[in-house]
Design a protein. Structure first.
Ligand code: 3PG
Length: 395
């Protein structure tokens, strides 16, 4: 695909799809990471003489104007990140958008209102895509984290204008390719989270690609059940046990070693500070639930990480949001961070919960790459083609 370097942007209005779908509390952006990550793209477009007009969605207004989902809310954080004022048009198409674009001067940045206020965005309506495209002369997509959506502003428009990937999109794709496309082997994947059923495609794809698969979180319990182990009151999807057995069998055939917990931390209550004990993975009392992996499991994970050259991580290993059940996730994150710092491991992670867990463990700064994507990262790990990326391929 093209990058910003391949397009002639001088004097052009560059429709720039960004993902500024950030967490907000009481009208304030609480984590501006996604906003900060688009700065290089905006600056590079300006350096090439282009005027960036930012296209973005915010939340899920479902095709209607919802005032609380106006993109106005991100303007202060955007201005702070860019170090300049940001103009705003309270429509994404039509007269107000056209007038705002017509008023632009070199050096300006304009933000258009939430593209999801229009029904044509999510249906990828060609007429809506054409109305946005008509505002500019080039298109840059820097929203990897929205690339799993085939929407007008991520997919349709890329077919109507000279199109390129922005810097963040480039960096995401490069890091992900280094992790699963042409990785340094052995590759270890860590997959955690609550349910096997939500990550079935992910597990099925990974066993064909990676050398080691560490399974943690609630989904590990389902794998224990599949091996005939009693897990008491633990979260487990008993109806998925056959599926889990098949994944275990297929992994062996594919040359992938699956690592399940060998010891677990159990408690009778799901709450912070709950009284708990560490037992063997097959010794969960009938009235208790597994909330974390134990120290022996962490030692084994450490040894797998030490044997590996590339790590890809999605999902926490335990109930990391409540202490002390964040022990295994924190410990594994810190081991990965140290090995990365020492130049022994290439580490890539993504997914909202995962990034929160790695931040909490103080490990994210050391990781080779932390994706800004949640759903898109997962779909990419599942081996799916992302429509927003596919639409950027050179034609
Ligand atoms: C995200 O937050 O993961 C992206 O902005 C995509 O949002 P969506 O899941 O509402 O499409």
């Amino acid at each position: 695909f093209n990058t910003i370097d391949d397009l002639d942007l001088d004097g052009k209005v560059v429709l720039t799809r960004v993902d500024v779908n950030v967490p907000v509390e009481n009208g304030q952006v609480t984590d501006a990471t996604r906003i900060e990550k688009i700065v290089p793209t905006v600056k590079d477009i300006q350096a090439k003489g282009g005027i960036p007009v930012l296209l973005a969605h915010f939340d899920r207004p479902k095709g209607k104007r919802v005032d609380s989902m106006s993109l106005k809310i991100v303007i202060p954080a955007l201005e702070k990140a860019l170090g300049q004022p940001v103009k705003f048009a309270d429509e994404a198409i039509g007269g107000p958008a056209k007038r705002a674009v017509a008023d632009l001067k070199a050096g300006d940045v304009l933000l258009l209102e939430n593209t999801r206020f229009y029904p044509g965005e999510e249906t990828n309506d060609p007429t809506f895509a054409a109305s946005i495209a008509a505002l500019g002369q080039a298109y840059v997509n820097d929203a990897f984290s929205a690339a799993h959506r085939a929407h007008a502003s991520t997919e349709g428009i890329a077919r109507l204008l000279p199109a390129a990937a922005g810097r963040l999109m480039e960096a995401e794709l490069k890091a992900l390719d280094a992790a699963l496309g042409a990785p340094q082997r052995p590759v270890v994947a860590v997959v955690g989270g609550a349910k096997v059923s939500t990550k079935l495609e992910l597990l099925s794809n990974l066993i064909t690609k990676v050398d080691h698969l560490v399974i943690g979180g609630g989904m590990a319990n389902t794998f224990l059940v599949a091996q005939g182990i009693e897990v008491g009151k633990s979260l487990a999807e008993r109806d998925m046990a056959d599926t889990a057995s098949k994944i275990l069998a297929d992994a062996t055939g594919a040359g992938c070693t699956i690592h399940l917990p060998v010891d677990v931390v159990v408690a009778r209550e799901f709450k912070a500070g709950a009284e708990n004990e560490t037992v063997a993975a097959d010794a969960c009392p009938a009235d208790a639930m597994i909330l974390d992996a134990g120290p022996e499991t962490v030692t084994r994970i450490q040894s797998v990480f030490e044997q590996s050259r590339t790590l890809i991580w999605n999902g926490p290993l335990g109930a990391f949001e409540i202490q002390p059940f964040d022990m295994a996730t924190n410990a594994a994150a810190q081991i990965a961070a140290r090995l990365t710092r020492e130049g022994k491991l290439i580490s890539v992670a993504g997914g909202g919960d995962t990034v929160a867990a790695l931040n909490k463990a103080g490990a994210s700064d050391d990781f080779t790459f932390i994706s800004t994507a949640g759903g898109a990262f997962l779909e990419w790990m599942e081996g799916k083609e992302l429509p927003g990326v596919a639409a950027l391929q050179k034609r």
